[in-house]
Design a protein around this ligand. Structure first.
Ligand code: GAL
Length: 358
C-alpha cells in the first residue's frame, strides 16, 4: 500500500522528534508508549524561570511517552514534602525535584528509596541524604564568578584607583546554590576588598549577614532601604552584587525610591522583567541559564535511569551533599548585558522581540 506523501512526512517527523528528544529511548513508535508518570516538584510559581522549567520538562517527558505530575510548592517546605509523598503514594516512576529547602527532604526521600523511585535533584542540590541519584544543574560557582567579574570590569577595577563602594547580597541560606554563587563571587572580589579598592560601607560581608531567605525580592528591598537610610545615607553606592533577578528588582526599587544614581547591579536567570530593565539601562547584567537545556538534561537522566542506561555526567567532585558526592551534569551559564541581550536571548529564541517590547 502506498501511503500519501503528507502522511509519510508526518510519520517521519514524529520519528525525528522522538529520536532527537531521546537518544536513549529504547524504541521508536508513532504512538507514544505509556511509560508511566514522572513526579516533578518545583519550588515556586512566583518566579518566571521555574514556570518555564516546568513547561520544558512536561513537554519533553510527554514526547518520550511519559505522563507528568507537575506541582509547585510555593516556597512551603512542609507543603513540598507532602506533595512529594503524594507522588510516591501514587507510584510515580521517578522524581525530579527543585527543592525549597535542600536539607529538609531526607525522610520523604527515604520513603522514595523504599519504593524504588529514583530521584534527580533539579538545579538545587538535595542535601544530607543518600537517596538522591543524580543532579542536573549549571556551573554554580561560575555564575558567581561571572557576576563579580562584571562588576570588576564595569568599574575598571584593575586600573582604577578607587576606592569604590559595593554592597553584597546573597541568596537563600537553605539553597546550596546560594553558597556556590557567593563563593564564586567572593573568589573574584576578595582581593579588591582586601586592598580596599572596594569598600562595603555597611560592613555586612559574611554570607549569613547578606543572605536573603527564600530568594524574596521584598526582603532584599527592605534590606537595601535600611542600608540607604543608615550606613549609606551620605555615601555614593557604586555597585551591588545581587545573585538573582528577583532580588535585583527589589534592590532597584529601593534605590529608585531613594532617588539614587543607579549603581552597577548584577542578577541571574534572565527573567523577562529584568531583561527589560537591562534594555532600559537600569539593571546592568544578568546571568542567563537556558532552562530549556536544563530540562533536557533532567529528562534524559530520568529516561536513561528508567530504561536501564547510565545518565551522562560531567562532574563527580563538586557536589558533596554531606552524605555522598552526587554525580552531576553542569551546563554553562552565560553573561548577558545591554550589549548582547538581543543576540543571546532573542536570536537564541528564549524571548521574542515582542515580549521584550511589551
Ligand atoms: C536558585 C537558582 C537560581 C534562581 C534562584 C531563585 O537555586 O539556581 O537560578 O532561580 O534559585 O529562584
Amino acid at each position: 500500500m502506498r501511503l500519501p506523501r503528507v502522511l509519510l512526512l508526518a510519520v517521519a517527523s514524529v520519528i525525528v522528534l522522538a529520536t532527537s528528544a531521546a537518544c536513549a529511548a529504547p524504541e521508536i513508535s508513532v504512538a507514544a508508549p505509556d511509560r508511566g508518570t514522572i513526579g516533578i516538584s518545583l519550588p515556586t510559581t512566583k518566579s518566571e524561570r521555574w514556570l518555564s522549567d516546568g513547561r520544558g520538562m512536561e513537554q519533553q517527558f510527554e514526547l518520550l511517552g511519559y505522563k507528568t505530575d507537575l506541582q509547585y510548592a510555593e516556597d512551603d517546605v512542609k507543603g513540598q514534602i507532602s506533595q512529594i509523598q503524594g507522588m510516591i503514594d501514587n507510584r510515580v516512576r521517578a522524581l525530579v525535584i527543585g527543592s525549597v529547602d535542600g536539607g529538609a527532604l531526607k525522610d520523604v526521600l527515604a520513603s522514595a528509596a523504599t519504593a524504588g523511585i529514583p530521584v534527580i535533584a533539579y538545579d538545587r542540590l538535595i542535601r544530607d541524604t543518600p537517596d538522591v541519584d543524580y543532579y542536573a544543574t549549571f556551573d554554580n560557582f561560575k555564575v558567581g564568578v561571572l557576576q563579580a567579574r562584571y562588576i570588576v570590569e564595569a568599574l575598571g577595577l584593575p586600573e582604577a584607583r578607587g576606592p569604590f563602594t559595593i554592597e553584597l547580597f546573597a541568596g537563600s541560606p537553605d539553597d546550596n546554590n546560594a553558597d556556590f554563587f557567593f563563593d564564586g563571587s567572593m573568589s573574584v572580589l576578595r582581593p579588591y576588598l582586601r586592598s580596599r579598592k572596594l569598600r562595603v560601607v555597611s560592613g555586612e560581608t559574611s554570607f549569613r549577614r547578606v543572605a536573603t531567605l527564600r530568594w524574596d525580592g521584598a526582603v532584599a528591598k527592605t534590606r537595601m532601604q535600611r542600608l540607604l537610610a543608615g550606613p549609606l545615607a551620605d555615601e555614593r553606592l557604586d555597585a551591588v552584587l545581587s545573585p538573582y533577578d528577583g532580588l535585583s528588582r527589589g534592590i532597584l526599587e529601593a534605590l529608585v525610591a531613594d532617588r539614587r544614581r543607579l549603581p552597577i547591579i548584577t542578577g541571574q536567570d534572565a527573567e523577562l522583567d529584568s531583561v527589560k530593565l537591562i534594555a532600559a539601562g537600569k539593571q546592568s547584567e544578568t546571568v542567563y541559564k537556558d532552562t530549556r537545556e536544563l530540562a533536557k538534561v533532567a529528562v534524559q537522566m530520568a529516561n536513561s535511569l528508567l530504561t536501564g542506561g547510565t545518565p551522562e555526567v560531567n562532574d563527580t567532585k563538586q557536589y558533596d551533599n554531606g552524605v555522598k558526592v552526587v554525580p552531576a551534569f553542569l551546563l554553562q551559564p552565560v553573561d548577558v548585558d545591554r550589549t548582547n541581550y538581543r543576540r543571546v536571548l532573542v536570536d537564541g529564541g528564549y524571548f521574542t522581540a515582542d515580549q521584550l517590547a511589551g
